[in-house]
Design a protein. Structure first.
Length: 398
């Protein structure tokens, strides 16, 4: 008998499986609102002007392609550290940053480090959360539970339920938080809510772990790091995973990072040593092109300004698509208060559609989204908006 004969077929990834089904659909007017990718008005991934400038410069660099250090390209790590934590904390020596293979890689590095420090700790993720969060931590050996987040009846964050769960959690519990642009719901914690979450983590001896994959997609680069600043101001030790996929349009380059904010520089150095052990055992050394691109953009004032302006235009376009989507549904006679669509932030909208309605969208109209009801608003454009609006209105009315 073959050694692999007993191996079961793993279920499809809920997000990538939608893309596979979309690609197999022969209908020319199909629309993919399932995958978390920002698309411009023509339905393409944009290439930032600042990124183009750096790519041209790097193309003329004929230096040998040597390995990067285990923890990555030092100028990139320094630039990301300042982007996420601000110049003062970044220069303190208290933050250890490691380049990761995208935001997912950053999460995985941290999970490995945490498994070495506190293997019996429990991890709590929001209900709902990005599907891969639970898998990442459970595969690292953790018991994974959930804290309340989305209130479907009130179409809001269940702040009371969330705080009650955090206050009841055992000391040392790892709390996975979405720093901004919650995936999949799009519902944000208010500033006062973040203050209460920080206090609950401090009082309960919890370990905050912020996933910030969409910095700049809600309000601005600085404002979207507000939660990070609050945890830092409270003097807590915490972790932040970041991604440059959406914010620089570098999806295929797999550019991310994870940062450990410690109590002092010596502590940060020790944590960094453990992170490097994890990296060495998985892929040993990260790729250089994307990291060098991001580092150059962030270190060059003119390119940094161009990048922030273009990111702002993308943010505004998403808001415009939200408003147009809401207006279209209202004009189509969809009942109820649809203001939640424009109250949500980031790339995604938790539409409230049932799994059956989402399957109907796919089967009858060629409009693809997740069965949870998550739609990627960033994939809407003037060419597909009316089709999507009519399809969603049709499944709601019938």
């Amino acid at each position: 008998m073959s050694f692999f004969a007993p191996v079961p077929l793993a279920p499809r990834d809920p997000i990538l499986g939608v893309t596979e089904a979309f690609n197999a659909d022969p209908r020319p007017d199909k629309v993919n609102l399932g995958v978390g990718v920002y698309l411009d008005e023509s339905g393409r991934i944009p290439v930032f002007a600042s990124v183009k400038t750096v790519k041209k410069a790097l193309a003329t660099d004929l230096a040998p392609h040597s390995y990067l250090p285990i923890d990555g390209f030092a100028p990139y790590n320094a630039a990301v550290k300042e982007l996420v934590f601000g110049p003062e904390l970044a220069a303190s020596g208290r933050v250890a940053t490691v380049q990761g293979l995208g935001g997912t890689g950053g999460l995985r590095i941290a999970a490995g480090v945490l498994a070495g420090i506190a293997p019996s700790a429990k991890v709590l993720v929001s209900d709902p959360s990005w599907e891969n969060h639970e898998s990442l931590f459970s595969r690292a050996g953790f018991e994974v539970g959930h804290y309340p987040y989305y209130d479907p009846a009130g179409r809001r964050v269940d702040v009371e339920g969330m705080l009650a769960c955090l206050r009841a959690a055992a000391p040392g519990t790892i709390i996975l938080l979405h720093a901004c642009c919650h995936n999949p719901t799009g519902y944000e914690l208010a500033a006062g809510d973040w203050d209460a979450v920080v206090a609950a983590c401090a009082e309960g001896g919890l370990v905050p772990f912020l996933d910030m994959a969409y910095q700049g997609f809600a309000r601005s680069v600085a404002e979207d790091a507000e939660a990070v600043a609050k945890f830092a101001a409270a003097g807590l030790s915490f972790i932040v995973a970041t991604s440059c996929s959406k914010t620089f349009g570098l999806y295929g380059e797999r550019v991310g990072a994870v940062s450990f904010a410690a109590a002092e520089a010596d502590e940060a150095a020790r944590v960094l040593s453990q992170a490097k052990v994890v990296v060495r055992s998985i892929y040993s050394s990260p790729p250089s092109f994307g990291a060098k691109t991001v580092a150059s953009v962030l270190a060059t004032p003119a390119l940094r300004a161009d990048w922030e302006a273009e990111l702002g235009s993308m943010r505004d376009r998403i808001k415009d698509m939200r408003a147009a989507f809401r207006t279209g549904l209202e004009q189509a006679g969809v009942p109820g208060d649809l203001s939640y669509i424009t109250h949500q932030t980031g790339m995604f909208s938790y539409s409230g559609l049932t799994p059956e309605q989402m399957r109907r969208l796919r089967a009858d109209f060629g409009v693809y989204g997740l069965e949870s009801g998550r739609l990627c608003v960033a994939a809407l454009n003037p060419g597909n908006l009316s089709r999507v609006t009519e399809a969603v209105a049709a499944v709601i009315r019938n």
